[in-house]
Design a protein around this ligand. Structure first.
Ligand code: PFF
Length: 468
């Protein structure tokens, strides 16, 4: 991924006088958007939420949510960004003003920016886990260990707030460093190499998973829907995850869309990004579940799932330390490119609203996120018994970290997504939409029907059902 708004493009002066740069090519946009979309959500979160929600039926609902909700909203976000031609909050404002709509619609972008801030705080902590496993793997500590021993390494990490703080700090520093400097070209080139490399390494682990003798069981778990294991809460998780994994509802795609040139097809580009993102998640599932079953592990083990399974594979396969190290380097990179895109809207907001320089806003936002991240770190150990909303049945046993995850992924993102869908489907003029999407009449009608009816109804139903 790259940073789409290096200081040189936007400067700190009056916005109107600044000519905004555009992505160098469609490919650059696809890489940036994919860099944002593919991250911990695909490799860390997808397998564990699938495991917690019973497998196949959850995957099916998730795939439906990607196609019927995620993809159309991604198109809407990109087109709003491109039409507004400014940062997310300003873009929505721009369109509402120009076309005479109520200003309250800007709320979608505000929720998005706030969600991005909250998510980054714990995303950085998990990114830190990935960084720490680079050294665990490189020093050969994983070689030949039993599932129990690997589990102990992981719980040792979670139980050590200072270690977690160190890795979280390092990860956040990496993110701030890039967002300040806007290393556009370098990152663009790096994504071109590292994303395919991550894909290949995942394939290698899938290859290993095939030798465990439990591959069929893993495939069946992922793809044979058994609806008895799926709750309505699980459906909300699937919906929220569709937003999370495609980087939607956080104004990120709006921000990126604002740098997209007019002659790029929004539909085709969105399809490419969604397919790649989904492909990586499914591959991660195929790599992990056979290992889970081969070692008698619990699919619903929660957020530690990949850190308890993949090291087993690396500990047993030939060249395991090397592959393991490479894998965690690439995972860190994928998390890094996503985290950069989470910080970007927050920084843009500070630049515009508070008139702060890019450097100051990046460091300020980075420090605030870092501080909030400490709360998530503590909720894994010192505060592991603190469940602030435990008196409500729905939140029973949820730590602060669990609550942050729930509030962002399951409440704020679907809500922001719903507003985006309503704004695009019901408020913006048909002409403006057609103009931006430039699709055949038939494809346009299909998208228009979905964004007006299917998406809002699906989100509203799942939402209301769960919260009432
Ligand atoms: N899509 C990223 C992932 O799956 O890891 C997470 C993410 C990045 C969410 C950027 C939102 C966002 F704006």
């Amino acid at each position: 991924m790259n940073n789409p708004s290096p200081a040189s493009q936007r400067g700190g002066d009056s916005e109107a006088s600044i000519k905004r740069g555009l992505w160098s090519s469609r490919m650059a946009f696809v890489l940036a958007a994919t860099g944002s979309a593919v991250g911990l959500g695909n490799i860390w979160k997808f397998p564990y939420v699938t495991g917690e929600n019973g497998g196949g039926a959850f995957v099916l609902v998730y795939l439906f949510c990607i196609a019927a909700v995620g993809l159309p909203i991604m198109m809407a976000e990109i087109l709003i960004g491109r039409r507004g031609g400014a940062s997310p909050i300003r873009s929505m404002g721009q369109i509402t003003r120009r076309d005479g709509h109520h200003r309250a619609w800007g709320l979608a972008a505000v929720i998005g920016v706030l969600a991005a801030f909250l998510i980054l705080s714990f995303y950085s902590m998990i990114g830190g886990w990935a960084v720490s496993y680079i050294s665990t793997s490189a020093t050969g500590q994983l070689t030949g260990l039993s599932a129990d021993a690997i589990g102990e390494i992981f719980s040792g990490l979670l139980g050590n707030p200072w270690a977690l703080l160190g890795w979280h700090t390092l990860f956040m520093a990496l993110v701030v460093f890039v967002v300040i400097r806007g290393l556009r070209g370098g990152l663009e080139r790096a994504v071109t190499i590292l994303m395919p490399a991550l894909f290949v390494l995942l394939l290698i682990v899938v290859g290993y998973a095939m030798t465990t003798g439990h591959f069929g069981e893993g495939v069946a778990f992922l793809f044979q829907p058994d609806f008895s294991g799926l709750t309505t809460a699980g459906v909300l998780v699937a919906l929220g995850h569709a937003f999370f994994t495609l980087s939607l509802g956080m104004a990120v795609m709006m921000a990126y869309g604002s740098y997209l040139s007019k002659n790029v097809s929004i539909a085709k580009t969105s399809i490419v990004v969604s397919v790649m993102d989904t492909g990586v998640a499914l591959l991660a599932g195929l790599a992990i579940f056979p290992i889970v079953f081969a070692n008698g592990l619990e699919p619903g083990a929660g957020p530690g799932l990949i850190f308890q399974t993949l090291p087993l594979a690396f500990g047993q396969m030939p060249w395991g330390s090397l592959f393991g190290t490479l894998f965690f380097i690439l995972l860190t990179f994928a998390a890094w490119t996503s985290a950069i895109s989470l910080l970007e809207p927050v920084v843009e907001w500070l630049e515009e609203k508070k008139g702060m320089s890019r450097g100051k806003s990046t460091i300020g936002a980075g420090i605030a996120c870092w501080l909030l991240g400490i709360v998530s770190i503590l909720s894994l150990n010192v505060w592991s018994d603190v469940t602030p909303l435990g008196m409500f049945a729905m939140f029973e046993g949820k730590t602060i970290f669990d609550l942050l995850d729930f509030v962002t992924a399951s409440v704020m993102l679907p809500l922001a997504g719903l507003l985006v869908a309503l704004f695009a489907g019901w408020i913006m003029t048909r002409e403006a939409l057609q103009n931006e999407l430039a699709m055949s009449a038939r494809s346009f009608s299909l998208w228009y029907g979905i964004i007006r009816y299917v998406t809002p109804v699906a989100v509203a139903v799942v939402f209301i059902y769960n919260l009432l």
